[in-house]
Design a protein around this ligand. Structure first.
Ligand SMILES: C=C(O[C@@H]1C=C(C(=O)O)C=C[C@H]1O)C(=O)O
Length: 258
């Protein structure tokens, strides 16, 4: 584990993030999939479940993946807690570079509300095609990769801690969040990441034909001809992905000496 290898991991996740956003952007907003489910035949008051179709779909999907051992790998953190035994696959002992007492740190609740309340309205056009299962399956793919990328801040923090144990130790002992945040921040690196991910959205989001040049998109600065608006991807990183990753880094460090 080195700063180069953790940054390579984050760079590769950008590809998965851009493609998962492209998939979600194929479908309209499909609002009813996110409203609390109303059971009943319309004759009586019915029964209002305290969950939406999206939430039930994600919970059930995660439960299957939990049984299959997905969350044995500490890189993966579910949005819901499961007590289902891990029974669908042969046991495999994942090793982890994380400090055990800090490995639990995650910001999945913040990712969940950011995704549904802020990002989704920017990604999907208004409309309802009733294609709810494939739509929320694409939401799940987005949520899983965003969670993996952002909560990977634990690994980034571990590397930074090992690289400068003395300075980090005194700031952790002083519980000085602001100084920790400042020490782990690299504005130059953040700028590289944001510009690269925006460029990936312009490259991956073009329509490819067998003949003729690839559309460069230079005349499409509004983003309307791309499968996902590159400026939305830039904004996603600028406002949410990077700040949340750094929040994970700080929280992890605060538990690094527990
Ligand atoms: C992840 C890192 O830590 C911080 C967060 C970054 C990010 O989320 O992309 C980039 C630079 C740092 O400010 C890093 O240094 O690579």
């Amino acid at each position: 584990l080195s700063l180069d290898t953790v940054r390579e991991f984050l760079t590769r996740e950008e590809d998965t993030i851009v493609f998962s956003l492209i998939e979600r952007a194929r479908y309209p907003l499909n609002r009813p999939a996110y409203d609390p489910i109303h059971l009943g035949d319309g004759a009586g008051p019915g029964r209002r479940l305290n969950a939406s179709f999206a939430e039930l779909f994600i919970r059930e999907s995660e439960a299957v993946q939990s049984k299959a051992g997905r969350y044995q790998n500490l890189q993966e953190i579910p949005f819901f807690a499961y007590r289902v035994p891990f029974t669908l696959a042969p046991p495999y002992n994942f090793t982890s570079e994380l400090y055990p007492a800090a490995a639990f740190v995650n910001v999945n609740d913040a990712i969940w509300s950011m995704y549904f309340n802020e990002l989704l309205p920017l990604l999907a056009k208004n409309g309802d095609d009733r294609n709810y299962a494939v739509t929320v399956d694409s939401d799940l793919a987005c949520l899983q990769v965003l969670s993996r990328r952002i909560n990977y801040g634990r690994y980034v923090a571990e590397v930074k801690f090992r690289g400068d144990q003395q300075t980090y130790t005194s700031l952790i002992q002083a519980k000085d969040r602001d100084a920790l945040m400042k020490l782990l921040t690299s504005e130059a690196q953040e700028d590289v990441v944001k510009r690269r991910v925006e460029k990936k959205a312009t490259v991956f989001g073009q329509s490819i034909t067998s003949d003729g040049p690839i559309e460069t998109g230079v005349n499409n600065s509004s983003g309307t001809n791309f499968k996902v608006d590159p400026s939305v991807v830039y904004k996603l990183y600028d406002q949410w992905v990077i700040p949340l990753t750094k929040q994970v880094e700080v929280e992890y460090l605060l538990h690094r000496l527990d």
